[in-house]
Design a protein around this ligand. Structure first.
Ligand code: F6P
Length: 233
């Protein structure tokens, strides 16, 4: 199971690289826009420096034609590093770009996936990751669970190395569901992580444990402090 962050906000990436089992970072032009007019390549290299070589880093091509996407891919690899997964939208131009980039040995994430058909084609073209858009499918009355579940079944049937990197999440429940349907990876904004880890019930349970502990050993006592001053020494 891979958890990725769907942001290029440096402080958030630094913070959550410390907190979570971070498998990678994803971005797209809309995510980049949230940071304002950043110096694109130095910013991307700074993200790589934070997440390290073992994490997967997904950066999107913006060209509209096959040739433009391939040129974008080469430029990204030259200016960030060779391990980047270049995100290519799964339309006709994109599929042709995926085929060519895979023939060159480039890491590719097929993105903008709303249907099984797009996913099957991108898988056949050799994409390393498929990025189905969970919440956008839900908004279009497409059964996101079914799409992800069937893509996962096909991966299993073919013993394929392609992985599902589910994306476009608006709720914690959607992330759980994508994993349960067989996605190997999910990318999410920090809002999802904050919501999932800060439910009032979690804080209430921690407060109760603290109160019980302190009623026994005194205010601000810790495991370390009672080890230094054992009650029955
Ligand atoms: O629907 P949204 O929230 O814009 O998300 C689109 C998704 O597509 C991606 O570009 C795919 O990786 C993600 O970065 C993003 O989660």
């Amino acid at each position: 199971m891979e958890f990725l962050l769907d942001t290029v906000h440096i402080e958030d990436i630094k913070k959550y690289a410390r907190i979570m089992p971070l498998s990678g970072v994803t971005s797209n032009p809309s995510i980049v826009k949230k940071e304002g007019q950043i110096d694109f390549f130095p910013h991307m290299r700074a993200i790589r420096a934070i997440i390290g070589d073992q994490a997967s880093f997904h950066i999107q091509a913006v060209g509209q034609t096959t040739e433009a996407m391939i040129q974008d891919a080469h430029t990204i690899l030259e200016n960030v590093d060779d391990n980047v997964f270049v995100k290519i939208p799964t339309n006709e131009a994109g599929l042709a770009a995926i085929k060519q980039l895979k023939a060159e040995g480039v890491n590719v994430t097929a993105t903008a996936i709303y249907t099984k058909f797009q996913g099957y084609l991108a898988m056949s073209a050799g994409a390393d990751y498929l990025a189905p858009y969970y919440n956008r499918m839900v908004n279009m009355n497409i059964n996101a669970d079914e799409v992800i579940g069937e893509l996962a079944n096909q991966i299993a049937r073919e013993n394929s190395t392609t992985k599902i990197l589910a994306a476009s999440f608006h709720t914690v429940q959607q992330v759980n569901s994508a994993f349960e349907m067989g996605a190997q990876a999910a990318t999410m904004g920090v809002d999802i992580l904050k919501t999932g880890l800060s439910a009032p019930a979690i804080g209430a349970a921690i407060n109760d444990f603290t109160a019980d502990w302190e009623s026994l050993y005194g205010k601000d006592s810790t495991i370390a402090s009672i080890a230094k001053q054992p009650l029955h020494a």
